[in-house]
Write a protein that binds this ligand. Structure first.
Ligand code: GTP
Ligand code: MG
Length: 601
């Protein structure tokens, strides 16, 4: 014990404390009854704070008397390590009985990067309550937050390791190194089935898309296996024989991950893993993993994590076996390098928290949308299959620099920009792309982001017309739109990437643009800037609404009706007929013509 802490303390007490050094807590607890008893008794006797530091094996390293600011004295190891938390845990008493961490406690913990700072409130002959300060990752910073407990049992049940892990990942702050620590390279075998009644994208293309997804998630594709079947096998997804065949391939090609092209239930995952001994995930997990890697905003991260946790909650049984053995990789990482929780109780708690936060964001977003409606600024939302060129078009339209890349799910968060007044006065939003078999929880979770789509006046459906599957992709997008309840919106079809088509075909398509306004559809190249002015014109026309002229015969005694029309500024001219005023009005679809139905001539 440091000399200066001993003054005025009875030698027997000092001996008793010194004897603690080297002691290992029972059952690997953070704090056991034996040490608690000593801390409590001596704190009451000397009425000063007592501190002990334990290592990550809960073995006592040193003991001292004084407050938290003395923690660093004489101990060079207690420094913030370069790339991870200090390995010490500090446990100390508060003679007043208050379990809350003091300012000094927090700053001592933070300055030295402690794994935790435990407080034991001691008063009236007993340990009254407990507190723990742990590193918590909030937005982009690490802070120390505290939790309080009524008794020792509760304190020891606190999931300290979880917080330490998260903090260490954050400190490393380099997703690649972090993943390298735990993940070996993932060498995937893709498994798909061709159903007899196959709709949508055909199997070869769907498998190619899956391969791209796996690559985007950081995996390497070693092999593709498909099987034609009447239906999905409820036990193994593909037939049992096929699964047994896989084991040989897995060995030969050194595969360590199986990826199914459809969503699997927990039973199927567990069964495939049991036969092959290889970690198994599905398309949904891969998509969630990509979203987790690529979401940037607080809101996006929140939504992805929520979708991941919900998915994990429903698949927890299947995740146990091989996943816990491999420890990392696809399917285990959340947004911002966070490792996903495996404890069911904690997941449930996290889902509740995330949902509450999501709800709050949701409310403020609805407010924004309402505000905009009030301000009467119209919005145009870019939607479409992933990689169709939405962000590229967004940049062209708004002269901004949203990220565009050849890859899947480059954009996850919606961005909103105003179009310059010369092109009309409206907002354009770029949104997340859609894909075949988009996980359902993800769509639900992304409802907030998709709010822009919901409140948009017009949707621009961007299609990569150079992709031979573009028609199936259009169907997928329309299906998602129907799922999120916006199937009825006015849509302008924008067939993009015509520069990639052969010249004669391109000319033919551009010729079709002559009827773009009536058809609400046109062919462009966002990248080469082809036909963009026409697109701007079409958008404006659609936003303004097609105007039509109508004649109404209003009796001379209905002054109210005429006044109402004047007020709405739709009156083009009035002629005086024998029966009343013959009024010509010019209106758009939004005009409540039903109110004047009886006067229409
Ligand atoms: N040749 C050609 N390439 C284009 C065109 N428009 C976009 N691209 C390319 O297509 C790729 C995807 O473009 P993005 O704008 O990122 O696509 P996105 O729809 O926003 O994709 P996600 O955000 O991932 O859903 C990029 O490599 C673009 O350069 C085009 O008109 N012609
Ligand atoms: Mg994009």
């Amino acid at each position: 014990m440091a000399d200066n802490s001993k003054s005025g303390i009875r030698q027997t007490y000092i001996n008793e404390l010194d004897d603690l050094v080297g002691y290992e807590m029972e059952n690997q607890l953070l704090l056991d009854e034996h040490v608690l008893e000593i801390l409590k008794r001596l704190t009451l006797a000397i009425q000063r704070e007592i501190l002990i530091a334990t290592n990550d094996k809960n073995r006592v390293q040193w003991v001292t008397i004084g407050d938290a600011s003395t923690v660093a004295i004489g101990d060079k190891d207690m420094l913030y390590h370069e790339k991870c938390l200090n390995k010490y845990r500090v446990i100390h008493t508060h003679p007043g009985g208050n379990p809350n961490l003091s300012e000094e406690d927090f700053s001592a913990a933070k300055n030295q990067g402690l794994q935790c700072m435990v407080t034991v409130g001691v008063a009236e002959g007993m340990a009254t309550s407990f507190g723990i300060g742990v590193p918590v990752i909030e937005e982009e910073t690490m802070v120390y937050g505290q939790a309080l407990f009524k008794n020792l049992k509760e304190l020891n049940a606190f999931p300290l390791e979880y917080y330490i892990l998260q903090a260490n990942r954050f400190i490393k702050n380099d997703p690649n190194t972090i993943f390298d620590v735990e993940d070996t390279e993932e060498r995937a075998l893709l498994l798909g089935i061709e159903l007899q009644v196959n709709q949508g994208v055909d199997l070869a293309d769907s498998m190619e898309e899956l391969a791209q997804l796996v690559k985007t998630a950081g995996g390497k594709v070693m092999e593709r296996v498909t099987q034609a079947r009447g239906q999905i096998d409820s036990t193994f997804y593909v037939g049992k024989g096929k699964i047994q065949e896989l084991t040989k391939l897995i060995q030969n090609k050194d595969v360590n991950l199986i990826v199914a092209n459809d969503e699997l239930n927990s039973k199927q995952i567990a069964n495939i893993e049991a036969v092959t001994g290889t970690k198994t995930v599905d398309r949904t997990t891969i998509i969630l993993d990509i979203f987790a890697r690529q979401s940037k905003t607080r809101e996006g991260k929140l939504q992805v994590e929520l979708a991941q946790q919900k998915y994990r909650m429903s698949h927890l049984k299947g995740l146990g076996i091989v996943m816990s053995r491999t420890g990392g990789g696809i399917g285990t990482r959340g947004p911002g390098e966070k490792k996903l929780e495996t404890d069911r109780r904690l997941i449930r708690k996290q889902i509740e928290d995330l949902e509450a936060r999501n709800e709050r964001i949701n409310k403020s977003n609805t407010l924004n949308a309402l505000q905009r409606q009030k301000n009467n600024i119209q919005t145009v939302s870019l939607i479409g299959y992933t990689n169709s060129g939405k962000s590229t078009l967004f940049n062209v339209l708004t002269q901004s620099e949203a990220v565009t890349k050849d890859g899947l799910f480059v954009t996850l968060d919606s961005t909103l920009r105003k179009i310059g007044p010369e092109q009309g006065d409206y907002l354009v939003s770029d949104t997340v792309g859609f894909i075949e078999k988009l996980p359902h929880d993800l769509i639900k979770a992304f409802k907030t982001t998709l709010k822009e789509v919901e409140t948009a006046d017009v949707l621009l459906h961007v299609v990569d017309v150079s992709n031979h599957n573009y028609e199936a992709q259009i169907d997928v997008v329309n299906q998602v739109l129907a799922d999120i309840g916006v199937g009825h919106k006015i849509v302008i079809m924008v067939y993009n990437k015509i520069d990639k088509l052969p010249e004669n075909q391109r000319e033919e398509l551009i010729a079709k643009n002559q009827s773009a306004v009536e058809e609400h559809s046109l062919y462009i190249s966002a990248k080469e800037g082809l036909q963009i002015d026409l697109l701007l014109e079409v958008i404006q026309k659609v936003l303004r609404g097609e105007k039509r002229q109508i004649k109404l015969l209003i009796p001379y005694d209905d002054n109210k009706a005429l006044a109402a029309l004047h007020e709405k500024k739709v009156v083009l001219g009035i002629e005086y007929e024998g029966d009343g005023n013959l009024v010509t009005i010019e209106i758009t679809d939004e005009f409540p013509i039903h109110l004047f139905e009886k006067y229409v001539v």
